[in-house]
Structure formats: structure tokens, C-alpha cells
Design a protein around this ligand. Structure first.
Ligand code: PMP
Length: 370
């Protein structure tokens, strides 16, 4: 495992006095008061011990209600759920359950940093699906990569680092490809609540392959949606045979997700975060307005990232651009951290607008050769 890319960005940033930090991967708004109170109440009323490995029953009930409403998963006997230690916990348990040496799994390139490590951790090979230049992991791009060793296809929409949201047609095609080829589909939907109006379905929800494949494994988190990344809470929902293996693995690893915090998120699905999403959509527009005239940046339909291509006229890799930006106090993450190629940088717009404006001004100047 090579942590050097991210470590280097942190080291460089650590020495700055007043950094303009556009490298942040979490929302910049506080946890809703109702959730804080529910978690504090659980701590004060001594609900601090282990829970059952799969998570507390009232949380399962609200997850199921949410999945029925959101994905139309209304056959309660057709799937199971497990509360996990973050989305990372769900991804790890699923990979431990499905992969062994000699197996393959397909992931997008660019990827979320954990994905390639799932191969190192299990002895399997993570096969990268090249999604450049538009960052769309379509059925056409995935199909040629499927072999008799492929155990799952992992899709992430809205995507990190690009913010790209697949369309309803694209997720439907991906779901039917996986079904026809008998390959498990895993959908990492950690940013499902951060989808902007122009990329959302007419009812405002995020296109998901799980609406078309009720055997998909859906992995989601509470951290990004409600600003509580440190609570380490997520959930997985999917075929009972698979969730059972994940529960068994959780029993001997994480044991259970943090227990008072499970009580804290029971009511989470009732909280309306549309104001935050609108704020992020506005900041997305600020990023596009500022940078698009000077460089290629694919329009993010969700999440809070943009993946900026470094113009070839500058003759710099993503890492070199990142290093130059640090000299001007702007922190970014180089594309090589998320990809087999180092041609882009990721910037996060989960920062207050004055900070974003300041950062964008520097980037525009750099893109103009300054
Ligand atoms: N998947 C993606 C695509 C992510 O961006 C992240 C966090 N940056 C995770 C999973 C892990 O999230 P968690 O903190 O819930 O483990």
C-alpha cells in the first residue's frame, strides 16, 4: 500500500499558516441538532455497550422504510441490511465476503482511494475501468472487462473525485449488464443525498442501479449527508446470503458500529438537507464559471468535488500543479491519488464561499500561466 500521494499533500499543507483548503472531503455544516441530541441522550441513558453485530432494530426499521420509499425495495423478505462502521466498513466487509486470491473486481478509474486497496487486502485484482474523459462508468466500458473471475462491479455515483452522476439510462444498463452476466453489482452511494437538480430524477432523488436490480448491494453512509463523518456510520442492503456473510465478518472485526451514535441517526432520514444541497449547487456553479474558460472540468452533478484537467500547455502533472498551488496557499489533491494517471487535480467546494472565491482566483491565475 502506498500512502505517499496523500501524505505528501498533508505534509505540504501542514506547514502553511493560513491555508485555503480545497482538499477537504467532508461537508462544512454542523450535524443537525436533533441527531446530536439523540446521540447525547443515548450516552446519558447508558446505551454505551455493544449492540448486536448487525445494528439496533429501530435503525434497521428506519433504513428499511427509507429504502422502500427511495428505491422501491418493498419486499421485506427479499433483502437484508447491516449497519456498518462507515461506508468504508461496508465496502471492506463486502470485499472480504466476495473476494479471494485469483478473483477480480471492476472499479472505476478515477477511483475512491479505498477501492484499489480492497485488492491488496484480499489478494484479488481490482480491474480499473477507464472512464476518462467524461468519468462515466457505462455498461459499454464495463462489459469488455468482465471475465469468468469477476466477482463484482463497483460503481460510485455521484462519484469521488469527479462529482459525475450517471443518468437513469446509464444505471439501468449497468444493472442489466450485471444481471445478464451473473456478476454482483455493488453501488457506493455515499453521496446519494448530494445530487443537484440538473442531474437528479424528476422527484429530486439520485439515479440508482438498485432501482433496477433488487439484488444489487447498496452501500451508503450517514457521514457526508449529515456532516458526521467521525461518527463512522453507514449501512449496506442487499441479498441475504451476502449480508449474512458481512454480518459474520463484522462480528469478528468491527464487532458493531458505534452504539450511541446508532441511536443518533434513527431519525436522520426525516431531516431535510435540501438547503445544503442548494448551497453546494451554487458553489458548483461558481467553480464552473471560474475555471471552465481556462481548463477542462466536467460538470459535477453531485457530491462536492470537481476534477480539473491541467491544460497540457502548462506542462505539469497533477502533483506538480498541486505543489505549485501550495506555494500560493491553496491545498488540492493530485489526480494521481485517485487514478492510474496524474493529469488532474481534485478540488472540494465544501468550503465557505469567500474561501472558495479566494482559491478560485489563485487557480485561474495559475491556469493563465501565473
Ligand atoms: N466512498 C466514497 C466514494 C467516498 O468518497 C468516501 C469518503 N470520502 C467513502 C466511501 C468512505 O466514507 P466513510 O467515511 O463513510 O467510511
Amino acid at each position: 500500500m502506498d500512502a505517499s500521494g496523500i501524505r505528501r499533500a498533508f505534509e505540504l499543507g501542514g506547514s502553511l499558516e493560513r491555508p485555503i483548503n480545497l482538499s477537504i472531503g467532508q461537508p462544512d455544516f454542523p450535524v443537525p441538532a436533533a441527531m446530536k441530541e439523540a446521540a447525547a441522550e443515548a450516552i446519558h441513558s447508558d446505551r454505551n455497550g455493544y449492540t448486536v453485530t448487525q445494528g439496533i432494530a429501530p435503525l434497521h426499521d428506519s433504513i428499511r422504510r427509507h429504502l422502500e420509499h427511495d428505491l422501491g425495495w418493498n419486499d421485506a423478505d427479499a433483502f437484508s441490511t447491516v449497519v456498518t462502521s462507515g461506508t468504508s466498513g461496508g465496502l471492506l466487509l463486502a470485499s472480504l465476503a466476495l473476494l479471494e486470491e485469483g478473483d477480480e473486481a471492476i472499479m472505476p478509474d478515477p477511483w475512491f482511494v479505498l477501492y484499489p486497496q480492497l485488492g491488496h487486502l484480499t489478494g484479488a485484482t481490482m480491474v480499473a475501468c477507464d472512464t476518462y474523459p467524461d468519468f462515466r462508468m457505462t455498461a459499454e466500458r464495463v462489459e469488455p472487462l468482465i471475465t469468468e473471475r469477476t466477482k463484482f462491479v463497483l460503481v460510485n455515483s455521484p462519484g469521488n473525485p469527479s462529482g459525475v452522476v450517471l443518468t437513469e439510462d446509464e444505471v439501468r444498463d449497468l444493472a442489466s449488464l450485471c444481471r445478464n452476466r451473473g456478476v454482483q453489482l455493488i453501488t457506493d452511494e455515499i453521496y446519494d443525498e448530494f445530487v443537484f437538480a440538473d442531474a437528479a430524477r424528476p422527484d429530486g432523488t439520485c439515479p440508482s442501479p438498485a432501482r433496477f436490480d433488487h439484488d444489487a448491494l447498496v452501500i451508503r453512509g450517514f457521514g457526508k449527508t449529515y456532516g458526521c463523518t467521525g461518527w463512522r456510520l453507514g449501512y449496506a442492503a442487499g441479498p441475504t446470503w451476502l449480508i449474512e456473510q458481512m454480518r459474520k465478518l463484522q462480528q469478528f472485526t468491527f464487532v458493531c458500529a458505534p452504539s450511541p451514535l446508532q441511536w443518533g441517526v434513527i431519525e436522520a432520514f426525516d431531516i431535510d438537507n435540501s438547503a445544503q444541497v442548494e448551497t453546494y449547487a451554487r458553489r458548483r456553479d461558481m467553480v464552473l464559471d471560474a475555471l471552465s474558460p481556462h481548463a477542462k472540468v466536467v460538470r459535477p452533478g453531485g457530491a462536492f468535488y470537481a476534477f480539473l484537467e491541467i491544460p497540457s500547455s502548462l506542462g505539469m502533472t497533477g502533483t506538480e500543479f498541486m505543489e505549485r498551488a501550495v506555494e500560493r496557499r491553496v491545498l488540492l489533491v493530485p489526480g494521481g491519488v485517485f487514478s492510474g494517471r496524474d493529469t488532474h487535480v481534485r478540488l472540494s467546494f465544501a468550503v465557505p464561499e469567500p474561501t472558495l472565491r479566494e482559491g478560485l482566483d489563485v487557480l485561474v491565475d495559475m491556469l493563465q500561466g501565473g
